[in-house]
Design a protein around this ligand. Structure first.
Ligand SMILES: [Zn+2]
Length: 231
């Protein structure tokens, strides 16, 4: 990463910030027995559509954090997600890593991401940071915008070199008493896409049998000390 006073200062602060924000999310999910299914880096013409169909067949909705450069290639899929009632947020335009890229470029990437989804997402809409990384400067810019930073509590492992089993992810979510699950819905070959579909289905089935609610991200009512937006 680039060495600068700002970045050096932000490293420990970033870890502390993420830790506290995730602990808060964990307790909100636990207290309301809620599971939030989130999908990053899409839209994927195949996978986003299959996921939408599956979620709707269970009467629930997902939260999709859209990547501007993929939105530009397939606005129809985003239209479909919006029409079907899923929650949409921004995941930047070009997925720049806030710690490893020039701060000015990262800020432009955040703005470009919101501009690319302006048909569906308000300028102060939900934002999930690429790679889960923010710096003090990007956090401040998001706060000024009024946008809520959306962390996750359970990584599905769908980008790991070796895929876990869907059941192991379900077990982690149930043990935690719910949570915000990170998955990815861009089209990237049968193995990964099948894993995301199977994990989603396993979570939907487990939620029903164990009495969890599937919520959209903004349905989590959380007094968020790190964001100007409440609830
Ligand atoms: Zn991403």
């Amino acid at each position: 990463m680039r060495l600068s006073i700002g970045n050096l200062f932000s490293l420990p602060a970033n870890y502390a910030f993420r830790y506290l924000a995730r602990e808060k999310l964990r307790s909100v999910c636990h207290n309301s027995r809620a599971i939030v299914l989130t999908y990053d880096d899409g839209p994927g013409t195949r996978l986003s559509r299959s996921l939408s169909e599956m979620l709707l067949s269970h009467g629930v909705r997902g939260t999709f954090f859209l990547l501007g450069r993929r939105v530009a290639l397939d606005t129809e899929t985003v239209d479909m997600l919006a029409r079907e009632g899923h929650e949409l947020g921004s995941h930047s335009y070009d997925h720049l890593h806030a710690w490893k890229s020039d701060t000015g470029r990262v800020l432009e990437d955040i703005d470009a991401g919101f501009n690319s989804v302006s048909r569906w997402v308000k300028p102060d809409g939900l934002f999930r940071p690429p790679h889960g990384k923010v710096t003090f400067t990007t956090w401040r810019a998001l706060r000024k915008r009024g946008s809520r930073i959306c962390w996750w509590t359970v990584d599905s492992g769908d980008t790991w070199p070796v895929l876990p089993t869907p059941q192991s992810i379900v077990d982690r979510v149930l043990r935690a008493g719910g949570g915000v699950v990170l998955m990815h819905d861009f089209d990237r070959g049968p193995d990964r896409e099948e894993f995301v579909l199977k994990t989603t289905e396993a979570l939907l089935v487990a939620a029903k049998s164990e009495g969890f609610r599937i919520l959209k991200f903004s349905d989590l009512i959380t007094p968020d000390a790190f964001s100007p937006k409440q609830g």
